[in-house]
Design a protein around this ligand. Sequence first.
Ligand code: SF4
Ligand code: MSK
Length: 647
Amino acid sequence: MADEKRPSDTMSLAMLEDMASCGLETTWDRYEQQLPMCGFGKSGLCCRHCNMGPCQVNPFGGEPKTGVCGADADTIVARGFLRTIAAGTSAHSDHGRAVCELVVAAAKGEAPGYQIKDEKKLRFIAKVMGIEAEGKSKEDLALAVGEKALGEFGKPHGTQLMATRAPRPRQEIWKTLGVTPRAIDREVVEAMHRTGMGVDQDYHSLLLHGQRVALADGWGGSMLATELQDILFGTPQAVLGEINLGVLKADKVNVIVHGHEPILSEMVALASQDPEIIKEAEAVGAKGIVVAGICCTANELLVRHGIPVAGHMKMQELAIATGAVDAMVVDVQCIMQGDVALAAKFHTRCITTSPKARIRGATHIEFEEHHALDTAKKIIREAIAAFPKRDAARVKIPQESQPAVVGFSHEFINYMLGGRFRASYRPLNENIINGRIRGVAGVVGCTQPKVAKGEQPYLELVKELVANDVLVVETGCAALECGRAGFLQPEFQDAAGPGLREVCEAVGIPPVLHAGSCVDNSRILIACTEMVHEGGLGDDISRLPVAGACFEWMNEKAIAIGQYFVSSGAFVAFGITLPVYGSPNVVKYLTQDIEAETGGKWAFGLSASGMAAAMIDHINAKRAALGINKQGERVLYDMEARRQLKF
Ligand code: SF4
Ligand code: MSK
């Protein structure tokens, strides 16, 4: 059992104990089986980039000091880091490409069921792209925007159009460094080329390209994904949702949608409301249909429609183990292959839907945008067919869930702060300048089993931040972890420091704002840019009293995100560790020297309270540099003080 003095996830602990007693294997068991993990891999010192290897370099300075080709630790570590960024960028950007293709298809009338929902944003993005909108119907404009957006992935000349939204001084920094992102595919291809045997063998040169690739993600693929999804499905605004396994219902057909792309899950949600489909569910004895999300597909549906969320990444197996999931419908990213083996021990149907992501043993029903609603109905019918096969004796749904107010897109934050007629970031900037709000923190990213069972470092981190008057913006699984602890409710104001609480009470927002999925970290880039443009906090993101964090990072995408924030001027802290310790030069570059180039830097391997302290210290330093350091000293919350907080 977890130490009682620490925040503990008793629900998951109880479920894991029950699963163990039933002989059901989980990701925690498989993690244990992997221990001890390879030290070369952990420190980034293993290279498999050619068949003279695999090579491993001695991390303690002894022999061998290089691989067969002579590549040293710096080169091997930097190549690995760059490939990780490239992989993360590919994932976000391929997601973005699929959205662009859907916008084009919808505009041509070839994707029945999809419409242009946010014409205002469509016109705004057209302007950013230099497309003349005057006199064009929304369909014609969407076609032009979709085609131009698709061009961003492979255009032979020029740089990313979305990057022109960054503050001017930031664009100048990128230009000087030579990292303004060109076509997204080009940056990824070049990363793979540079990191192959016998090409780029200078760690600084490799890591500079890492910056360029990451920027192609944040200010390219991810931003296009977010903006075009908003155009198609609507820009999020505050909506009430519910988070945790208790959203599943024993008497209803439960369909989980899991992965990242809302393209299909939007249709699954729509199909679940079809009277004919509901009748079919009732005909097999169910009282209705629940569609609930896991991971970032969940976040996409949650922030736009308030559709309930069953859990985050490391809860996918727990969801199946409730015995009440009739279909686990997956698209791409963060889907564990182990789900299929576990589902086979229940009545649960695992259904893959993407041509890019098949899992042996799963049922494959390929999503096709031209017949999306029909595909979605077919999928729900699979779940309905599975419902009567449930073993009622094995249905154990924990009765735990929390309401959550979500949907804080940067447009909605703007509106909340300023109102419909004077939407503006002015109140936020003013409250930062007057010291009620110390600064803003982005807490984003994954959950994973390297964190001991029952421990919840995101909760420790976020509690400490808000108690110190730091407004927190969240995305991804971190947001879901905080949501199921009740942190996304206005009542969580009680845990905030006096200044932040006053602002939250006045505006009517929680001190933790859920902004969306992994690709939606681009919303935070734009929010930072808006703060710069509003004035009073310096002329660039690097001057803002802001910081970012990801404690339980797991997916390569998280590294791409961390790097694009650092390259945009932010301080970014990651938990656990990064696979770079094998090269002191790379560590020094990422945690120190890069600051002179970009104004941002990395920190890693910190505890939750160490991370909070580092972020607050950074925010204080930025306040001091701006001459607005009237805020009091950092309040350090020890375990006793934390226990006394309401949450
Ligand atoms: Fe070894 Fe060099 Fe080949 Fe890597 S590229 S496997 S270090 S020989
Ligand atoms: S789902 S990438 S575990 S946030 Fe986006 Fe969660 Fe990380 Fe996957």
